[in-house]
Design a protein around this ligand. Sequence first.
Ligand code: ADP
Length: 400
Amino acid sequence: MKIFVLNCGSSSIKYQLIEHESKNVLARGVIERIGMDGTFLKHYGRDGQAVEIKRHIANHSAGIQLVLNVLIDKENGVINDLSEISAFGHRVVHGGEAFREATLINEQVIEDIKKCITMAPLHNPANLAGINACRELMPEVPHAAVFDTAFHQSIPAKAYLYGLPYDLYVKYGLRKYGFHGISHQYVSERAAEYLQKDLSELRLVSCHLGNGASLAAIKGGKSVDTSMGFTPLEGLVMGTRCGEVDPAIIPFIMDREDMTGRQVYQYLNNKAGVLGISGLSSDFRDLERAAEDGDERAQLAMDIFSYRVKKYIGSYAVAMGGIDAIIFTAGLGENSDAIRESICSDLEFLGARLDREKNRLRGGIREIGTDGDSLKLLVIPTNEELVIAEETARLCPHMV
Ligand code: ADP
């Protein structure tokens, strides 16, 4: 069963065609700069060969049509006919309280995803554009929505409610939702397999550290707390996002910098985080290089990032009554030994000592703590597309 997995951003489309039974990725790629100058499609198809197509792509629908054409293209294609695609799996960022798990898409589901737009104005419209385009192009196959928020719906009210009047929760759904749930769920399941333990017995802290970054406290396989909130702006200091700040700072910036509320929101999303602190870059590779060359603000930005992660780990250790494993995943969590080292310093009291040699090694799932320690330190590459494909297949049992 071949499943087309789609992750649409406001100006990008990432996709994979996955053969469900073998878990093989038959093709993958990305379109960037949709609706802008310099749109391009980078497609990895047969034998992993990269093909780059530069052409104006006005919207998501045109982009998806182009990708489908490439999939069946004589030269670069990996399938003979689009009828070989059995189902579509769509990543949806915000499912609010309406979705506790993945679901097949129908008109009601579309309406419910639309209702969540106010909570994810940057993400959900793009996700819906992808869903609508695919359903129009291939209405005869099932389409599934897999939500970033769903895994966190197990978080109890004492952790998801803010210190705000309860009416605001009732009227507007103002509460913590949490994101990266697809990734947190995936790595927690892999951790249990690796440790040969039942997930129901484990207390895990999953650190998804990419451009966007969040931690999740996972007890017995269920998310019990997470660092992102009502939107993906809360929590850690990220590439360009500020994470938690004193809310009084927002009207202060509005007054002093002569900005509207919406402008401050954009500013805190796009100009803050380690980019804003360093004044240099949101990419930790740039920051690591600059810090090595003596740039103090680049070093400070990384220190602030790691310190915030450590504080969350500490608070989750208390919230769960201990931790059995800390998992590092996503671009930075999987690749930066320097960041892992600074996060894992001084964790002896929790039962973990980083093994510097192991921490420098690369590869798949691996342990980076000292043998025999009670708290395990794990690096687990995430694979959100595979989870989306598996959830989609689970919802289409008649097709398997
Ligand atoms: P997202 O999916 O949120 O866009 P990723 O999970 O792809 O992000 O992570 C991207 C980030 O990972 C980059 O911005 C960079 O900071 C970091 N990163 C990737 N590779 C490395 C590396 N080798 N060393 C340090 N940081 C890295």
